[in-house]
Design a protein around this ligand. Structure first.
Ligand code: NAD
Length: 379
């Protein structure tokens, strides 16, 4: 186990998004029809609770596999998905999926505590796997999945869905263009009432999104994390938390997450030395705003060592976004990576980095917010 001490190793691994639709030949009513030879023989979605049916829908709409198999232990969830998508096959047996030679890719959309075991079994059966966020419950488990996928040369991808969303991609482009100047800090709020998870706290559930977004935007990983949280309903399952991520070069990020907020808030503010950007994911349109605002510090010559500040209140720019459903992009990318062997943008290493931050945050939370160095394992 090694610390990431070298700056280059503090950078994220990432990969360009290829056109996951493969040789798509027509778009009609939002459905992409790929040429038959580019389709996978079969894909499976395991877990048909709140999120899994969205995967089934996207596989169906993209028509990127000849067979789509939907799996859940709960007969009602299987019946629900069958009603929505009659052409989909339904099963209660994960083993049947593992034994099915036509299933090339498996999406694991079950509770987080089951991710490692199910993903491991799928990889060991020769399947490519997409694990919903977060990849696993610990660095050790996440690292093992990365090693296993490499060993059997299968795709391992993580459901960091926001890295396939237009506002996040545009924000990264804006940061990389230098328009905001040096990034001072990022502040993110992700709050609403519910949905409580039973096996992970609110940091593992909601802050996973913000951590994956912030690492992607800054193109680096934090050195240390502090986190405070509190549980009000289930013991040791914190329903509100505040994380602070410390990056090199004095860059800091704050993430506030809650399952106990009367309003649904999904807002990220990025403050740079030149401009500021606000990303409001709940806005129906115009999710991004760039504020030409800032502070200039000028020496105050009467008194040595004193400064005066001048504040700039310039224009607000709303960048145009070509929006489409992020999960659709992610789904197409997963299929494309299976077909081509390309490394996914949100690969296992990316999932491992996010889990490493979450693990440090959990430790900090148990120790009243102590700043905990993030340990990254080399795989
Ligand atoms: N990427 C995103 O934006 C996003 C959004 C929501 C949830 N998620 C993730 O999706 C996953 C599922 O979350 P959810 O809210 O849908 O959970 P959920 O509890 O609503 O659904 C989980 C389903 O998995 C089934 N299940 C459990 N063990 C199983 C097994 N061994 N075999 C087959 N089925 C099994 C359950 O019966 C249940 O129907 C979690 O990892 C969560 O973090 C991701």
């Amino acid at each position: 186990m090694n610390d990431f001490s070298h700056p280059e190793r503090n950078r994220l691994s990432h990969h360009p998004l290829t056109d996951g639709g493969g040789a798509a030949i027509a778009h009609k009513n939002g459905v992409v029809h790929p040429s038959a030879d580019t389709r996978l023989a079969g894909v499976a979605v395991v877990g048909l609770g709140y999120w899994g049916p969205n995967w089934v829908r996207n596989f169906q709409q993209l028509q990127c596999a000849r067979r789509v198999v939907a799996c859940d232990l709960d007969a009602k969830r299987r019946a629900h998905v069958k009603e929505l998508h009659p052409a989909v096959e339904a099963t209660a047996s994960f083993d049947d999926i593992l034994r099915d030679p036509e299933i090339e890719g498996v999406v694991i959309a079950t509770p987080v505590s089951t991710h490692y075991k199910l993903a491991r079994m799928a990889l060991e059966s020769g399947k490519s796997v997409l694990v919903e966020k977060p990849l696993a419950m610990s660095r050790r488990e996440a690292g093992e999945l990365v090693r296993l996928a490499r060993g059997c040369r299968r795709t391992l991808m993580v459901g960091h869905t926001f890295l396939y969303s237009a506002p996040v991609l545009k924000t990264r482009e804006i940061i990389q263009s230098g328009e905001l100047g040096d990034i001072f800090y990022i502040s993110s709020v992700r709050a609403n009432l519910g949905l409580f998870q039973h096996d992970v706290n609110v940091a593992w559930d909601l802050a996973t999104h913000d951590i994956s977004i912030i690492l992607w935007l800054l193109d680096r990983v934090p050195q240390a994390v502090s986190c405070q949280g509190q549980s009000h309903y289930c013991s040791e399952v914190e329903d509100v938390a505040l994380l602070t991520l410390h990056f090199p070069d004095n860059v800091i990020a704050f993430i506030h997450v809650s399952w106990l907020d009367p309003n649904k808030i999904r807002r990220t503010t990025i403050v740079g030395s030149q401009k500021m950007l606000v990303y409001d994911d709940t806005a129906p349109q115009e999710k991004l705003r760039i504020y030409d605002r800032g502070v200039t510090m000028q020496p105050y010559y009467d008194t040595f060592g004193e400064f005066q500040f001048s504040y700039r209140y310039g224009d607000i720019l709303i960048p145009r976004l070509d929006e489409s459903e992020p999960l659709r992009q992610e789904c197409a990318h997963f299929v494309d990576c299976i077909r081509t062997g390309n490394q996914p943008r949100t690969d296992g290493v990316n999932g491992l980095q996010v889990v490493s931050v979450l693990e440090a945050a959990n430790l900090s939370m148990r120790e009243s917010g102590r700043m905990v160095p993030v340990k990254y394992i080399t795989v």
